[in-house]
Design a protein around this ligand. Sequence first.
Ligand code: TXA
Ligand code: MG
Length: 345
Amino acid sequence: MEKYLDLKNSTDYSKLKVAGDIIRSGGLVLFPTETVYGLGANGLDKNAVKKIYIAKGRKQDNPLILHISNFSMLHKIAKNISKIEEALMKTFWPGPFTIILNRTDIVPDIVTGGLDTVGIRMPSGKIAKELINYANIPVAAPSANISGRPSGTNISDIFDELSDKVDYIIDGGECEVGVESTVVRVVDGIPNILRPGKISPEEIEKVVGSVKIDEHILKNIESNEKVLSPGMKYRHYAPKSNCVLVYSENNEKMIKEIQELAKKYVNPLIISCNENAEYYDVEHKILYGSKDNLNEIAQNIFKDLRKVDEFEPDIVIIEGVKEDGIGLAIMNRLIRACEYHYIKL
Ligand code: TXA
Ligand code: MG
């Protein structure tokens, strides 16, 4: 059987039936969503879900998101839904928004890492939606990458690390958003953002009048600290090379700091916005997009982080962005990529 389906330039979604059947019968499928690629399996089949953890080398206590394509699937896997949770789902679904809800008994323990809650998302990406429709069950899917690596936003970035571990590959080209979904858990009536994404704190606040940003989004976790989301604990997105993040609201100040820092190294690599590139006199530069277009930067950031090791730099210096809107998500990923080496001026 041909294992690869090319839907980059085709809208013949009826071809997704094959992939839906593979998921239903316990196989693993690499598929695009509007955020990042997912590594999907039947979310109600514990043996299928186990294959995800093995393929990714993922820690068993880090729970997975169940992806659904309609509200009747929701009520099979979640219960005791509050008015606020309902309002959030109605506003942001389908889309890059994941909500943590109380789970029902049909959700296997392996999906939730033994927690009594489950993360649920209804993606808006057409391929993801049709795939879930064909599978006709909730699809468990983490980001498609070996644990710790940057999430995959196109097939060529993840082909080598995952192709021989999956039963089927759907190529839908580049993901539109580029960073994973916003993860929210409502605690005492207030939505807590556990992982920032395209759906911003500002947008969430507009729906329910309040929002809390978990303090661990931009800060390291002490070894004995309890966190609301297990994923926060793990090393993530980091290239092999040593990385440092630099940011100031004052652009000139930021450029100067980066210039000075770069001089201390033999083979520095600088990742910056297009506009600032001309100020850096180094051999290796990666431009992540215009500083006036945070959506573009979000779309490129994982792809760019995947490129750095090939230059074998002795330091990677990355320009930060303002934390507005999707900027908070970009900074959350960059701080982790730099393993909390962050110079804020
Ligand atoms: O955009 C996305 O969300 C992508 C695409 C494929 O949909 N998926 C994704 O999954 O990013 P993953 O597994 O890479 O990240 C899921 C995050 C982890 O940080 C995990 O700890 C958290 O969601 N999570 C899942 N279930 C949870 C729960 N019950 N309670 C708290 N956090 C949970
Ligand atoms: Mg992930």
